[in-house]
Design a protein around this ligand. Structure first.
Ligand code: HEM
Ligand SMILES: *[C@@H]1O[C@H](CO)[C@@H](O)[C@H](O)[C@H]1NC(C)=O
Ligand SMILES: *[C@@H]1O[C@H](CO)[C@@H](O)[C@H](O)[C@H]1NC(C)=O
Ligand SMILES: *[C@@H]1O[C@H](CO)[C@@H](O)[C@H](O)[C@H]1NC(C)=O
Ligand SMILES: *[C@@H]1O[C@H](CO)[C@@H](O)[C@H](O)[C@H]1NC(C)=O
Ligand SMILES: *[C@@H]1O[C@H](CO)[C@@H](O)[C@H](O)[C@H]1NC(C)=O
Length: 615
């Protein structure tokens, strides 16, 4: 009787779950970026339009697609080629039509992976006018997992995800500082934080899906303020300049009190070091305030130059033109110094908007929630901050702008340039001081119902991982991850990115680069100043301004604005890390399957080379 009753009960539960499994799209049946749509509760259809594939699940390639997929080298092979053969690249870098062709290929192949105009957001998993037009949302490159799906990742994995604290403790928290083998320094870490916090400005009052950064890109609101009201409070209203104060003969931002610009400072911070800048959270770290000060000086320096060129222009005209010049400088530095360093490529990247003028390319951008999530590079952070023999722990460093006044910008630049940052991928390198931030990243990803890491890999043309061991490249963490998640297809994106096996000698694993680079390049080149009508000298006040943009670099930015013109770069000068890493990387050459491709590429360079550039 009892068993019968139980069987009946089990049948009820089972049949219920079968009939109310509601959404057949939960299993992500549509491949190759086909769009899944339900018809009733049991049936779905895949829309394979323009995917290059057809069939029930968009799995059968059209002939040209087949050819391309067959000939196309894998991302790891391309990465291998770009980070080796230095001698060959030295020659290619000097042949302008080849450099241009390769750069054009890099830009188009990456940005083609970004939907433009944008499509989904965290509340709309289908196309809608609301999702397109409401700029308060971050966009999404994959729709959220349906609310009625049986598991948080769709149908794979357990019905509940492992505790977020546990995940961070076990796999992300730093044991011992792991230096980045690419030699990335703290100058880079603070640049990354400063630069990205103009477009990663989550509106936590509304939730993780929302942003306060309505410009959705490189608009320099972190220098000029998000609202017009804030901008006017920051401006001097003379010669286009921003308000400033002089301390010991050097220029610094005004205080909150003087400018009446709101900033987030805890109440204990003394008034005289409450500096006011465009981004309201930049009081958090002296490294951010250092960059804010450098860019403030740069703006006012450019204004002086423009006033000389255009004594006839009013304050507004000078201000607006200087802002466009600084936007151009930022993009130039980010591509040619920052991304160049991160990539580890021997190929020399080039910021040249003209490369895209005869391509299909939309000059617009929308920041994606996934881009924000993957950019949580807190493993970069060191255990303590060293400035000129002085060592600061987090408690002494955070919200302490006295550090900037005590040392001055010059000493900060020198010291941050010398201090190595942490490796991002490979696991267990998030410093305890930002433990909560890592937990929040996991929790926000769940709140926004992110799909699994493997679904993101497929979305960005990568093969899904087949096992946890393939993800981490080791046995210990992968076994624990497997027991917690149950299925590699249920592995979450953010922890996945941070535990992924780094590429040999590199700061990141494959997934971080292949997801991050498209968002990044689309955001940089999609800026209106890169469009044909803007990209000309008159936009920047004439050739003098245009030249400032086209010759910008981290070193010149620092040199033009910091006393003594200290040497700087995005990596530590001591190339010991880099050297061993390169040696280890080459002995650890591309996996076997990759080498086959490699041979193909080397044997028939002309054929594949041409194909490579086609698309
Ligand atoms: C001392 C250094 C740092 C501290 C104390 C810090 C702390 C924080 C905190 C408290 C948050 C908000 C977390 C939340 O959503 O609740 C955050 C967000 C974030 N951090 Fe950091 N962070 C630091 C450095 C960095 C660096 C070097 C990067 C490198 C790119 C970075 C990237 C981010 C990003 C992208 C966000 C999301 C911002 C947003 O959505 O508004 N952070 N960080
Ligand atoms: C399409 O995917 C569904 C669900 O994964 C599967 O049952 C079906 O056999 C697939 N169809 C084809 C033609 O492969
Ligand atoms: C690159 O080309 C320039 C002239 O275009 C030449 O002066 C220089 O020596 C070349 N460098 C190399 C490494 O070939
Ligand atoms: C955007 O969406 C949010 C959430 O639905 C809503 O509160 C907000 O008013 C919308 N913004 C605009 C400009 O419609
Ligand atoms: C802030 O930095 C100054 C300057 O180095 C230092 O003297 C002071 O102790 C720091 N404040 C705190 C609260 O640690
Ligand atoms: C490079 O390999 C050697 C020997 O295998 C090892 O001792 C060293 O720690 C490795 N260096 C890096 C940066 O991985």
């Amino acid at each position: 009787m009892l068993t019968k009753g139980f069987a009946f009960f089990a049948f009820m539960v089972l049949s219920q779950s079968v009939f109310s499994a509601a959404d057949p799209c939960c299993s992500n049946p549509c491949q190759n970026r086909g769009v899944c749509m339900t018809f009733g509760h049991e049936r779905y259809e895949c829309d394979c339009t323009r995917t290059g594939f057809y069939g029930e699940n968009c799995t059968t390639p059209e002939f040209l697609t087949w050819l391309r997929v067959t000939l196309k080298p894998s991302p790891n092979t391309v990465h291998y080629i770009l980070t080796h053969f230095k001698g060959v690249w030295n020659i290619i870098n000097n042949i302008s039509f080849l450099r241009d062709a390769i750069m054009r290929y890099v830009l188009t192949s990456r940005s083609h992976l970004i939907d433009s105009p944008p499509t989904y957001n965290s509340h709309y998993g289908y196309k809608s006018w609301e999702a397109y037009s409401n700029l308060s949302y971050y966009t999404r490159s994959l729709p959220p997992v349906g609310k009625s799906c049986p598991t948080p990742m769709g149908v794979k994995g357990k019905s509940e995800l492992p505790n977020a604290n546990l995940i961070v403790e076990k796999f992300l928290l730093r044991r011992k500082f792991i230096p980045d083998p690419q030699g990335t320094n703290i100058m880079f870490a603070f640049f990354a934080q400063h630069f990205t916090h103009q477009f990663f400005k989550t509106d936590l009052k509304r939730g993780a899906a929302f942003t306060k950064g309505l410009g959705h890109g490189v608009d320099l609101n972190h220098v000029y303020g998000e609202s017009l009201d804030r901008q006017h409070k920051l401006r001097l209203k003379k010669d286009g300049k921003l308000k400033f104060q002089m301390i010991d003969g050097e220029m610094y931002p005004p205080t909150v009190k003087e400018s009446e610009v709101e900033m987030m400072y805890p109440p204990h911070v003394p008034e005289h070091i409450q500096f006011a800048v465009g981004q309201e959270v930049f009081g958090l770290v002296p490294g951010l305030m250092m960059y804010a000060t450098i860019w403030l000086r740069e703006h006012n320096r450019v204004c002086d130059i423009l006033v000389k060129e255009h004594p006839e222009w009013d304050d507004e005209h000078i201000f607006q033109t200087a802002r466009l010049i600084l936007i151009g400088e930022t993009i130039k530095i980010v591509i040619e110094d920052y991304v160049q360093h991160l990539s580890g490529y021997h190929f020399k990247l080039k910021f040249d908007p003209q490369l895209l003028f005869n391509q299909k390319f939309q000059y617009q951008n929308r920041i994606a929630a996934e881009f924000n999530t993957l950019y949580h590079w807190h493993p970069l952070l060191p255990d303590t901050f060293q400035i000129n023999e002085k060592e600061y722990n987090y408690q002494q460093f955070l919200y302490n702008n006295s550090v900037m006044l005590e040392h001055g910008i010059s000493e900060m630049v020198e010291s941050f340039t010398k201090q190595t940052a942490g490796r991002v991928a490979g696991g267990r390198n998030v410093p305890a001081a930002v433990f909560r931030v890592a937990v929040a990243s996991v929790e926000h990803s769940r709140e926004m119902r992110y799909q699994s890491m493997n679904e993101y890999r497929k979305r960005f043309m990568l093969k899904p991982f087949e096992s946890f061991e393939e993800l981490t490249g080791e046995k210990e963490m992968s076994a624990e991850l497997e027991s917690l998640y149950g299925d590699i297809d249920a592995m979450e994106l953010y922890p996945g990115l941070l535990v992924e096996q780094p590429r040999p000698g590199a700061i990141f694993g494959e997934t971080m680069v292949e997801l991050g680079a498209p968002f990044s390049l689309k955001g940089l080149m999609g800026n209106p100043i890169c469009s044909p009508e803007y990209w000309k000298p008159s936009t920047f006040g004439g050739n003098v301004g245009f030249d400032i943009v086209n010759t910008a670099s981290l070193q010149t930015l620092v040199c033009n604005n910091v006393k003594n013109c200290p040497y700087t770069s995005f990596h530590v000068l001591d190339s010991e890390h880099t050297k061993t890493a390169t040696i280890n990387a080459s002995s650890n050459s591309a996996p076997l399957e990759e080498r086959r491709h490699l041979k193909l590429l080397l044997v028939v360079p002309s054929c594949c080379g041409v194909f490579f550039f086609m698309k």
